[in-house]
Design a binder for this molecule. Structure first.
Ligand code: CUA
Length: 434
């Protein structure tokens, strides 16, 4: 067999010129291409977004040059080194150009190191702890985010106490409220599997990591500072998305960031009314229960037409009061509903998995903590969901506490809700609750 190995031919000046022109054209072409980057990405709504977008642009330019260079070489090879005429044999095998081999090893290595350094730089800058986080009324508060299949829950530990000495914690469900210039720092914790908290407009994304089931996972943090976006009307809203496949409801695990224009708008439109509503719950347990049930993530799994819930992971709550009395022999409707909420494993509706989290005063997950009084109100509300309720609605104020005492042995202090009715408008609340 013929040895067709040859030494690598010397590179002609013409080839160098072609390569140089090609490199230039691909660099210019990619640079032009990056002018479209801002059109593709969402508004830069945080102080962090600029550096992330710059990094992205650099990556697009380098990736683009490499892409066009390789495709160009491929094209040149196909054109110039194709089989001509009757040629059917393999072409010559070239070997032995140490200089070329060194160059094409060192340049990519340098590019990779360069990218690693600038990426690490952006990452450390953006994830660095900041001074004065979550500033509200001159104080730092803790904001926690809980992820569970398939909903986000945001809780604000206000640092204030109710008249009975209970810490006031605002639960704003799937919505994060913040304001321009607030150094947001969120503590993220999952209740089940891995999720990822992603706010594209803020250019931040962080996984929620499962850990020890008894302690509810390993907390992670996410930090960003909202900035003013030109032409935006405030309060502005931006989507929160789950970026880690977590089950069949992954696609609807979404939330909203509401950016208020300044701290006073944040206080007036969200913070103070929320505290006011906690301190002044409606006296009617059913009305209170309707508010309470919406503090939890029930909507992520259940259908309930009265509240426009439409999820199908769990059994429907439509008409639950009509069925609750017949589920378990010897168990009243009130007992069944209370038990199903606090101890979700007690009874499983046929056809559904045991997926529901437990809610009760001693669960580990702060977003799931539900006092006996909250349970009372929620049971009272669910007892109204049906045509001819199995609950003893005439004597609800004694039947429900008795049911809770029977199944959990806990006393319910039903003397809550002596405050103003829920009808009080939120605007009015802003100034009064201080
Ligand atoms: Cu949570 Cu995907």
């Amino acid at each position: 067999m013929e040895d067709n190995r040859r030494n690598f031919p010397s590179i002609s000046p013409a080839a160098v010129v072609v390569a140089a022109v090609f490199l230039l054209v691909s660099a210019l072409g990619t640079y032009w291409f990056t002018t479209f980057v801002p059109l593709v990405l969402p508004a830069q709504a945080s102080a962090e977004s600029k550096s992330v977008d710059e990094l992205f642009t650099i990556l697009v330019i380098i990736g683009g040059v490499v892409f066009f260079l390789i495709q160009g070489m491929l094209l040149i090879s196909v054109l110039f080194f194709r089989a001509r005429g009757e040629e059917r044999n393999d072409g010559p095998t070239y070997h032995g150009n140490p200089l070329l081999e060194i160059v094409w090893t060192i340049i990519p290595a340098m590019v990779v190191v360069f990218l690693a350094v600038i990426s690490f730089n952006v990452w450390t800058q953006n994830s660095e702890p900041k001074a004065a986080v979550n500033h509200v009324n001159g104080e730092e508060i803790a904001i926690e985010v809980s992820g569970a299949r398939y909903a986000w829950t945001h809780t604000y530990a206000t640092g204030r106490l109710s008249p009975d000495g209970v810490p006031i914690v605002i639960n704003s469900g799937d919505t994060l409220h913040t304001y321009i210039g607030q150094n947001v720092e969120l503590i993220l914790q999952t209740q089940d599997v891995i999720h990822s908290y992603w706010v594209p407009a803020m250019r931040v994304k962080q996984d929620l990591l499962p850990g020890n089931p008894a302690t509810g996972g390993r907390p992670t943090e996410i930090r960003f500072t909202p900035v003013r976006v030109e032409g935006e009307l405030y309060p502005a809203t931006y989507p929160i998305v789950c970026a880690e496949l977590c089950g069949d409801g992954h696609g609807r695990m979404r939330g909203t960031v509401v950016v208020h224009e300044n701290e006073s708008q944040f206080l007036e439109a969200f913070y103070e009314p929320a505290i006011y509503a906690i301190l002044n719950p409606p006296a009617d347990p059913v009305l209170r229960g309707e508010i309470e049930i919406q503090r939890y993530i029930c909507n992520s799994c259940h259908t309930l037409d009265s509240l426009e819930w439409s999820s199908r992971t769990g059994p429907s709550l439509n008409g639950i009061a009509d069925r609750a009395g017949e589920r378990v022999a010897g168990q009243s409707a009130e007992e069944y509903i209370a038990l199903s909420i606090w101890n979700s494993g007690a009874f499983r509706v046929p056809g559904y998995n045991e997926q529901m989290a437990a809610f009760g005063p001693d669960v580990m997950e702060s977003a799931n903590i539900m006092s006996p009084e909250q349970l009372y109100a929620i049971v009272a509300y669910l007892c109204t969901q049906g045509e001819q309720s199995d609950c003893d609605q005439e004597n609800a104020s004694s039947a429900i506490p008795e049911a809770i005492e029977t199944v959990f042995g806990m006393q319910v202090d039903i003397n809550f809700g002596q405050g103003d009715a829920a009808a009080d408008s939120a605007d009015e609340a802003g100034g009064e609750s201080e």
